[in-house]
Design a binder for this molecule. Structure first.
Ligand SMILES: O=C1C[C@@](O)(C(=O)O)C[C@@H](O)[C@@H]1O
Length: 254
């Protein structure tokens, strides 16, 4: 029996995949406008991609912006994500700052999730998970390959590792270079869900070729999907209204 995650009335891991919309503003004023627009899209979850923010490494400024965003978003569960440049993000960050930023977010009482990249030192990932859990914050343990799709066994191994380390939501995003790569991601997702996962997982194949993976999560086993708000945060995200329609169609057909 797989666990589900319920936050602010949204249950991840049952029914149709939940829709998450990223915020990618550079300034506080952009972020506030974007958050107000995001509200109108009525997503299940929002993600603040902190690496897009102009002062992303200044913890005080980040916390200030977080309070502003939270005020606008009211009841929408929020993911705090600093995506490092090596995993497709906007900025590189040193380990000490990455840890400091994520700990501050976890302790801020303003976010429901933090996203921690799997490819950090194991003890750092564990420390962030412990800190977050002590603050009742869930942890997405993530991995991204913007160049290729690793073999199925490798995708499953990374998701299993994220689970073993204590991540509440193991996640992987990979780039397909062929249609067969999309099948590899879907196959890995199904195997992880049916054979190893005891909690919800999130997977996607990026860019145009991979769009099917952002729609078919309920069939293959991905519990959350990212749709574009004002601006996409990764290639292949489609607008929320269309995404919701297809998810509902697939849900009703099961
Ligand atoms: O990890 C992910 C998934 C993502 O890369 C995507 O492909 O939709 C978008 C990111 O904002 C998010 O942090």
């Amino acid at each position: 029996m797989q666990k589900t995650i319920t936050v602010k009335g949204i249950t991840i891991g049952e029914g149709a995949p939940k829709i998450c919309v990223p915020l990618v503003g550079k300034t506080i004023s952009d972020l506030k406008k974007e958050a107000a627009y995001l509200q109108t899209l009525d997503p299940d979850v929002a993600e603040w991609r902190v690496d897009f923010f102009e002062y992303a490494e200044d913890v005080a400024k980040v916390m200030e912006a977080l309070t502003d965003i939270r005020t606008v978003l009211c009841d929408i569960p929020l993911i705090f994500t600093f995506r490092s440049a090596k995993e497709g993000g906007e900025k590189q960050i040193d380990t000490a700052s990455y840890l400091e930023l994520n700990k501050a977010a976890a302790k801020s009482e303003q976010v429901e999730f933090i996203d921690v990249e799997l490819f950090n030192r194991e003890e750092d990932v564990k420390t962030l998970i412990e800190t977050a859990h002590a603050c009742h914050v869930f942890v997405i343990v993530s991995n991204h390959d913007f160049d290729k799709t690793p073999p199925k066994e490798e995708i499953v191994a990374r998701l299993r590792k994220a689970q073993e380390l204590g991540g509440d939501l193991p996640k992987i995003a990979v780039m397909p270079n062929s249609t067969a790569d999309v099948l590899t991601l879907l196959d890995a997702t199904l195997t992880m869900k049916e054979q190893y996962a005891d909690r919800p997982i999130i997977t996607m194949s990026m860019a145009g070729k991979g769009v099917i993976s952002r729609l078919a999560g309920e069939v293959f086993g991905s519990a959350l999907t990212f749709g574009a708000g004002k601006q996409a945060s990764a290639p292949g995200q489609i607008p929320v209204a269309e995404l919701r329609q297809v998810l509902s169609l697939l849900h009703a057909s099961r």
